[in-house]
Design a protein around this ligand. Sequence first.
Ligand SMILES: [Zn+2]
Length: 334
Amino acid sequence: MFQARFSFLFKRTVVSTGLLPWWEERITPWPRVIFYHYVGSAQPPFLRETALRKERFLEQISALRRRYRFLTWREYKEALVSPREATRSILLTFDDGFQSSWATAKQLAEDHQIPSLFFVNTRVLDNAYSPWTIQYYFLRSEANGRFLEPLWKSISKGVPLTPAVARKRCHESFSLRDVVEPIEEGLARFGMTPAELAARYQLYVASADISKRNDLIEIGNHSHSHYILSKLTDAELDNDLRCSHEILKGLLGESPEAFAYPFGVPETHFDERCLRSLQAISAYPYIFSATDSALSIPMPNGKDRVCLDNIGTRDVVGTVAKVTPRTLKNWLLQ
Ligand SMILES: [Zn+2]
């Protein structure tokens, strides 16, 4: 708590005292990669906590645009080769394939020529599926958790868990049998399939939109079903990754180059075994995490990303410039 407060004040101080240009020049590891999940104005009630209102998102984008340059996918790849020339440049990315984020990315590309990289789970395309986390949020919020009994039976001897504990437990004991199937059973008891849930709220982008996208939007792979890849068996892992790759290749007419793994913590959610499995299917030279510290597993061009879903507009520039006491400490020690 104290540490978070200190980091917050540190960021505000660096930005307000005019130290930011110096920091950006010397310390920030450019290019920076930012990411968002659900961006939209009419978010479904069960996604309220994770969704970012479109107005706030656009405020953030204008604040960033006044200071930084948004890279196209091609420019980003060049920037990785010559980071010295990439000062003050960022790659904008979206995760999870939400229709409303897609509409926003499209609008940015068409009206403002702002490029982005859009990561999709191929199973959700055309509202054919909702991943287990979305089903869980829905059951938790819409049905007061009443239909989560099969999950509690599977992971906590029938005892209902608080959201924080449930999340931790689901991640620890993740498997298709112990977590995904009980959640789907709960949804079935509620009287809905994962596809009906997606369709009811028009959650996901259409595959036709992906095929006829604006040139400024690059498509990346976020796996097929949004499982915790490191917890799958070899056969499940290969099946999930192969499926998403083949579908994207079909829609794009070429192999995608970028892969962002679900949940995004190196080692915990994606490890050497997952990387080998992925690269046995296709080269995937660009791997993205969802954490803002150096990737701890050796990956070719592995890149960390900073999530801006919950950052106030005033702090967005300092966050992207990676103004934190820890970054300063690492820089001083290097
Ligand atoms: Zn995701």
